[in-house]
Design a protein around this ligand. Structure first.
Ligand code: OFO
Length: 166
């Protein structure tokens, strides 16, 4: 039996992952409009990955007979000054998701809900990977001297993002 406050946190996470999927899909659309094919591919792939995160929590809730409510999803930001601003927005977004996941781990542990605690551990590892991924991208940008300006560094960043491992 999952306590109601844990059920609520899980439901919020379903909707947060849905929102994350839309954030990345919208980022992909923005990149398409800017002619950044590689970055568009990167964000599009990431959008699909977020969708799988949503499904994972959805399935867990369904298995545990916890009611699920799919809420209205806020509109994702659609305009960005440049690719660096877009990447930083994505990185910030991941930090927020990490905080939400850690809170579920904390609350489930404190409630002695070790089943949910065990379930959410996968997401703890996943968020670590997400943060490592964006750190790696930011390192690449720093090495290139890329701060969002058009030119060769932008071209290389776009090309790099097309093939970066998720
Ligand atoms: Fe769901 O990992 Fe990113 O947000």
């Amino acid at each position: 039996m999952i306590a109601s406050h844990i059920a609520q946190l899980l439901n919020e996470q379903v909707n947060a992952e849905f929102y994350a999927s839309n954030v990345y899909l919208q980022l992909s659309a923005w990149c398409e409009g800017e002619g950044l094919e590689g970055a568009a591919k990167f964000f599009r792939t990431h959008s699909l990955e977020e969708r799988t995160h949503m499904d994972k929590i959805f399935d867990y809730m369904a298995e545990c007979s916890v009611p699920i409510t799919v809420d209205a999803i806020p509109k994702a930001p659609s305009d960005h000054a440049n690719l660096m601003v877009a990447l930083k927005a994505a990185q910030e977004h991941e930090y927020k998701v990490t905080a939400m996941i850690k809170n579920i781990a904390k609350q489930s542990f404190e409630a002695e809900d070790y089943t949910t605690f065990n379930f959410i551990e996968w997401f703890i590892a996943e968020q670590h990977e997400e943060e490592v991924l964006f750190d790696k991208i930011m390192d690449k940008a720093r090495i290139l001297g890329f701060e969002g300006q058009p030119g060769q560094a932008l071209y290389i960043m776009d090309d790099y993002l097309a093939n970066v491992q998720h």
